[in-house]
Design a protein around this ligand. Structure first.
Ligand code: NAD
Length: 403
């Protein structure tokens, strides 16, 4: 079939098998080049000991995939991914994460590393058990657990209750400039406050409860190595997005995640291990594209950071996390609240001053000058395997194969 990009309400319904594979391989090539010191601005890793076995929960796209790539191709790790995917059919494409995983695992195995995946609902007991069994049989103890889930829904594994996360303010209606990056239309988003119940549900889905369940199960089954580490991802961002993000329902979940890191560090003391939250940069991923207002902030930020030569994608961020934060041989650098900060360049005063000025000034007339809409759409297409030079999109492909 000829695979075309189909987007409905900022969600891509299709993914290109060859394009996703190409994009994953491109990130692998970048990581290998960085390891050899061939990427300006990214030093070769210091001679530190990297984790040998890495479990990535949510490792098929975005930050999780990038961490898996760096773990394997910079650190030489054997890796396990747990992610939720739709498999391809003869005339229907899979999720991008399925293609990315096929491409990653082929390259990892070719490079002599073990790589395996469990596809299914990471929140469920069944998938946890299957993953634990795989680790026990094929991998041995885990040195690093990366928790990178972004999900709109969670089914409680014990009583079957369905919880849904919402991205809403918590006090009063939030009204702010917004864009549809696909139609290039500026609008005003008006988002009503979440109810107490919706906030609680968002914390259930995106807070630290499930992360704790994973770490406790691994610990209880003797599958965590001495000096093991675990990391989950958070976001803070600028004041203009505070009402919808950091001080909104999702921010409450992130605060819960951050508190969970402290609890997990206590649990991991028995292994001389530590839990961290890493605050990452705002980036175009499948999860971030559907948050109200955030795409406008991301497009302004991209314009400014690209002009200042400071722009990074998931792979650059995760390279810095692994080689300059988690595994340097020295204590892990953290902020006053104990968090790893990879949003350091995004939050630089000179960057944020320009973002604020652009945010004030931006309107339909100057939108394309002040915001990198093209960059947003290009990256969004790319994470679904589209818009890549080198891929012949007129070619008839079998959606079940990546070459
Ligand atoms: P993403 O959508 O690219 O990746 C999410 C991953 O979770 C995928 O592998 C997906 O398959 C998996 N997943 C979702 N539901 C699942 C389920 N029920 N069972 C198993 N797997 C499931 O998202 P991302 O942007 O890389 O986000 C990862 C984390 O990083 C999130 O916690 C997010 O809040 C955080 N973060 C994102 C940004 C950003 O701008 N994108 C910035 C800072 C922090």
């Amino acid at each position: 079939m000829i695979v075309k990009q189909k987007i409905m309400r900022s969600v891509s319904l299709t993914a290109h098998p060859l394009g996703c594979a190409w994009d994953t391989c491109d990130q692998i090539d970048w990581a290998e080049a960085a390891k050899e010191g061939r990427i300006p601005g990214y030093d070769k890793p210091a001679a530190a000991q990297f984790p040998a076995n890495v479990l990535v929960i949510g490792g098929s796209t975005g930050y999780g995939l990038a961490t898996r790539i760096v773990s394997s191709f910079v650190g030489g790790a054997d890796t396990i991914n747990v992610s939720f995917e739709r498999e391809p059919k003869e005339n229907k494409t899979a999720t991008p994460g399925w293609y990315n995983t096929m491409a990653f695992e082929r390259r990892a195995v070719q490079a002599g590393r073990k790589a395996a995946s469990v596809f299914g609902d990471a929140f469920s007991h069944a998938i946890k058990e299957e993953t634990l069994e795989l680790i026990r049989k094929e991998f041995g103890k885990i040195d690093l657990v990366v928790y990178s889930l972004a999900s709109p829904v969670r089914v409680d594994p014990d009583d079957g209750t369905v919880y849904r996360s919402v991205i809403k303010p918590v006090s009063g209606t939030y009204r702010a400039k917004s864009i549809d990056p696909f139609s290039e239309k500026m609008t005003y988003a008006e988002v009503e406050a979440a109810t107490e119940e919706q906030v609680a549900e968002t914390v259930k889905v995106m807070g630290g409860e499930d992360w704790k369940l994973w770490i406790s199960s691994l610990a209880a089954h003797g599958l965590l190595a001495e000096h093991c580490k675990t990391v989950a991802f958070s976001y803070i961002g600028p004041e203009v997005t505070f009402p919808i993000y950091r001080e909104g329902s999702i921010g409450r979940a992130k605060e819960h995640l951050e508190r969970t890191a402290a609890e997990l560090s206590i649990l991991l003391q028995q292994f001389d291990g530590t839990a961290y939250v890493s605050v990452n940069k705002a980036l175009v991923t499948r999860a971030s594209s559907v948050i109200p207002v955030v795409p406008l902030y991301i497009t302004i930020l991209y314009r400014i950071m690209k002009d200042m030569d400071l722009h990074e994608g998931c792979i650059e961020q995760m390279y810095r996390m692994m080689t300059q934060r988690l595994y340097t041989g020295d204590p892990v650098p953290v902020d006053d609240a104990g968090r790893i900060r990879l949003d350091d360049w995004e939050m630089r005063e000179d960057v944020q001053q320009q973002v604020e000025a652009a945010w004030e000034e931006i309107d339909q007339e100057n939108l394309l000058q002040l915001a990198d809409l093209e960059g947003f759409r290009k990256e969004y297409a790319q994470i679904h395997g589209f818009g890549l030079a080198g891929i012949d999109y007129s070619r008839d492909v079998d959606p079940r194969v990546i070459d």
